[in-house]
Write a protein that binds this ligand. Structure first.
Ligand code: ADP
Length: 208
């Protein structure tokens, strides 16, 4: 077994089932005797809490400012001395993150220039490259229904129209990056366990 951990990123619109699948992938990895941690963006750190405030409308800011905060939170997520992901991975811990750079590109890319966003995230993409970006694909209408039954608040980007735009943007990005990044597009409309097995079948070779 090699000494560095693997890095998985789950992408998808809210309510697509990312956190459900992250939990199940972590169980699979731990069953191999490998240490694994779950994490998410925006983080619960100091910059991440500013992002959360913008998302819930508690603080208002323009889209450029929000995108910059997302990118700053990501760098802190990777590099902070307490629990930065680069350090964890170098200790042999596998990391699964709920969202990473493609979220910035998909959500803010609808409104902001892609070149600027790519430049803003260039340091993060150099520091840590995901072994796999796993996109859980579910129709926006289904995600809105799932969220309506499970959550009490609606965040900045959660309308069917907006989620439809974001999903299309994700799919466009994956076509654009298919030669550079390992991207798995997973049908998230199936039962939870079936999806989890599909994902594990595609990534388990990293632990053989
Ligand atoms: P996300 O992390 O992408 O926002 P969650 O994993 O929190 O999504 O799932 C959103 C809701 O949908 C939860 O109530 C969860 O139990 C449910 N859910 C997750 N996966 C499925 C699935 N494959 N089929 C039906 N419901 C699901």
């Amino acid at each position: 077994m090699e000494n560095t951990g693997h890095f998985f990123v789950f992408e998808g619109i809210d309510g697509s089932g990312k956190s459900t699948q992250i939990h199940l992938l972590k169980e699979h990895i731990e069953a191999q005797g490998v240490r694994c941690m779950e994490t998410k963006e925006p983080t619960d750190g100091p910059v991440g809490s500013l992002v959360h405030q913008c998302m819930t409308g508690r603080t208002s800011a323009d889209e450029f400012t929000i995108a910059t905060l997302f990118a700053a939170d990501r760098l802190d997520h990777l590099l902070n001395e307490t629990d930065g992901l680069c350090g964890k991975i170098s200790q042999g811990i596998s990391v699964i993150s709920d969202r990473f750079v493609f979220s910035n590109y998909a959500y803010q890319g609808v409104l902001l220039p892609m070149d600027w966003l790519a430049q803003l995230n260039s340091q993060a993409t150099k520091l840590l490259r995901p072994d796999y970006h796993i996109f859980v694909d579910v129709a926006p209408e289904v995600c809105m229904e799932r969220m309506a039954t499970g959550r009490f608040h609606t965040e900045r980007y959660e309308t069917t129209e907006r989620l439809t735009q974001v999903r299309e943007r994700y799919l466009e990005l994956f076509r654009q990056f298919e030669d550079e990044e390992n991207i798995l597009i997973i049908d998230g409309n199936r039962p939870v366990e079936v999806i989890a097995e599909d994902i594990w079948n595609q990534v388990s070779h990293l632990y053989e």
